[in-house]
Design a protein around this ligand. Structure first.
Ligand SMILES: *Cc1c(COP(=O)(O)O)cnc(C)c1O
Length: 435
């Protein structure tokens, strides 16, 4: 497989080059140049095929120019000691739980695979790298967990002091080892600016091999297709409608990739909160990014979805083609909260606010479409564990959701963070002194 920038089709890279570059030099996103047909690979699998096994087969099928079969198996075994799970929610409606990884959100799949790939490629070349990343809370914990203990890599995570939840702060600052948390006295924007400045600072880039692990990285996008494929194999011969709570639209893009490669899917339902730039595009054909507004499902508060470039490319930049495969929905906070309350009341089940937007959109879709039959069940992606969003869930249900053991352990450990002013100089000094 070869990848090219969404903005300069002649800027072509291998997978290994793409994951260390992150963003293309022209600001575009790396994206597959062509789409292989995996239907034979998928056809050989059945409901007993484990997630790691499927991932190994798919990685080899996609990247056999760069990885041997045993490399592919080793990488996926290392990346995925956890698996997705399908649970029933009601008639023709199921949840695909993606929160059984170390940080209890679906971003674990992408971060963990990227970490395993970087470790593999660095080890093969006897090189070292420093991952530098800024977080407003959620992505940082997935990166911290995924890269913990990975050989040849040091991880530095900048977060804004006092502006992440207490639980998120513990998830970032209690990992230790090769993972270093930097508590910046400033905003998330300050953290992002410091990272951007570091990447173009001559003294840093000449001495260190700096790289990012942010969500647009190819190494995070590709593995998100594996759980769609795995779910489709589990549900065969039914062709599910996948309902995807979306913010930057990486998760949805990965599902569309899986479909391009031959996955049996009926269609996709893209759910947002009030930040409904993509549903608006699907309705009107006009793509109009705007500043995000805060909502209860804050990991989806995105006003200019970064993966839209990739999604549009998959449909030849034609809204009519996109509409044939993707339906949009936007859910208001009051309805999100009411949905969390209703599932708790009726089924004693806790939903995270992101998942709740998807579940409500899926119910409405089911009521509207007669094709939501036994042949086309709806599978809603559960993007995070409800225990990660204690305050919102408790407010809606009047009860505290259970904390998964991973989070309870992080809460019990002492915080270790390097306090820092919101300037490049102390960051440069810290990096040059430490690595
Ligand atoms: C990141 C995130 C989302 C949005 O995913 P995208 O790939 O950005 O669309 C949804 N829910 C949770 C819990 C998240 O962390």
């Amino acid at each position: 497989m070869i990848f090219a920038s969404t903005r300069t089709p002649t800027d072509r890279v291998t997978f290994a080059e793409g994951i260390f570059r992150g963003l293309a030099p022209d600001g575009g996103l790396y994206h597959p140049v062509s789409h292989p047909d995996l239907s034979n690979v998928i056809g050989d699998m059945n409901a007993a095929t484990s997630f790691a096994e499927l991932a190994g087969e798919v990685v080899f099928a996609l990247l056999h120019d760069e990885l041997s079969r045993s490399d592919a198996e080793q990488i996926t075994r290392r990346a995925f000691p956890f698996s997705p799970a399908i649970v029933s929610l009601g008639p023709r409606l199921q949840l695909l739980e993606l929160f059984h990884g170390p940080s209890c959100a679906f971003k674990d799949f992408g971060a963990s695979f990227l970490a395993a790939c970087m470790e593999h490629f660095l080890g093969a070349r006897d090189r070292r790298a420093v991952i530098l990343t800024a977080t407003s809370g959620d992505t940082g914990s997935a990166v911290a967990q995924a890269f913990h203990g990975v050989h040849n890599i040091e991880v530095v995570i900048l977060y804004p002091s006092g502006r992440v939840s207490p639980l998120q702060e513990k998830q970032l600052t209690t990992v230790g080892g090769n993972v270093h948390a930097v508590e910046v006295h400033g905003s998330f924007d300050d953290c992002q600016r410091m990272v951007k400045e570091a990447f173009v600072d001559q003294r840093l880039t000449s001495g260190l091999s700096l790289t990012s692990a942010n969500s647009i990285n190819l190494g995070r996008l590709l593995p998100q297709s594996f759980y769609y494929l795995h779910a489709a194999v589990q549900m065969a011969p039914a062709r599910p409608v996948f309902c995807v709570p979306s913010g930057n639209f990486g998760n949805l893009t990965a599902g569309v990739l899986a479909w391009k490669w031959g996955m049996a899917a009926c269609r996709f339902l893209a759910t947002t909160n009030a930040n409904d730039v993509v549903p608006h595009y699907l309705a009107t054909g006009e793509f109009a990014p705007r500043p995000s507004v805060p909502t209860l499902s804050n990991a989806m508060d995105v006003g200019n979805p970064s993966n839209f470039e990739r999604l549009a490319a998959l449909f030849d930049h034609d809204v009519t083609q996109m509409r044939a495969q993707i339906e949009g929905a936007s859910i208001a906070d009051a309805d999100t909260s009411a949905t969390i309350a209703r599932y708790h009341r009726e089924q004693r089940m806790f939903l995270c606010p992101h998942t709740a937007t998807g579940v409500l959109a899926a119910e409405r879709y089911r009521d509207r479409h007669t094709d939501a039959s036994a042949d086309h069940p709806i599978l809603c992606l559960a993007t995070a564990h409800p225990g990660k969003f204690l305050e919102v869930v408790q407010e809606a249900t009047g009860e505290q959701p259970p904390l998964p053991p991973q989070l309870a352990e992080a809460l019990a450990r002492p915080k270790v963070a390097v306090p820092m002013a919101n300037q490049l100089e102390p960051l440069r000094e810290f990096l040059l002194d430490s690595f």
